[in-house]
Write a protein that binds this ligand. Structure first.
Ligand SMILES: [Zn+2]
Length: 104
């Protein structure tokens, strides 16, 4: 599959962490691999998704990475990702900018 990795997994992990049951929770890389595989369906190997997940942990971009955090699903303290903090920080910044723009 070669190009598996980050490009395919990143938007899926992003949506898992932003919508539905796990919105704004911290999930460990193991649980995220499981959930991502569920979304991808057949045709993807778990080692491919694990490899992509490793890239996300290295370079989380819009996601929040915690090296050791209790996972909301399995309760183990592992490397976790979430959509929470940075997103709300961005939202605050946007709100502040919007407020400034309304000043004379
Ligand atoms: Zn977990």
């Amino acid at each position: 599959m070669g190009f598996t990795s980050a490009e395919i997994i990143r938007p899926l992990v992003g949506s898992i962490l932003q919508n539905g049951r796990w919105a704004h929770a911290f999930l460990c890389h193991r649980c995220l691999v499981t959930l991502t595989l569920e979304q991808l369906g057949r045709g993807y190997k778990d080692y491919e998704v694990r490899r992509g997940m490793a890239k996300l942990l290295e370079s989380p971009e819009a996601l929040v990475y915690m090296r050791a955090f209790p996972c909301a699903e399995c309760q183990d303290t592992l490397a976790c990702l979430s959509a929470t903090w940075r997103e709300s920080r961005q939202r605050r910044r946007r709100l502040r900018r919007a407020a400034n723009n309304t000043l004379p």
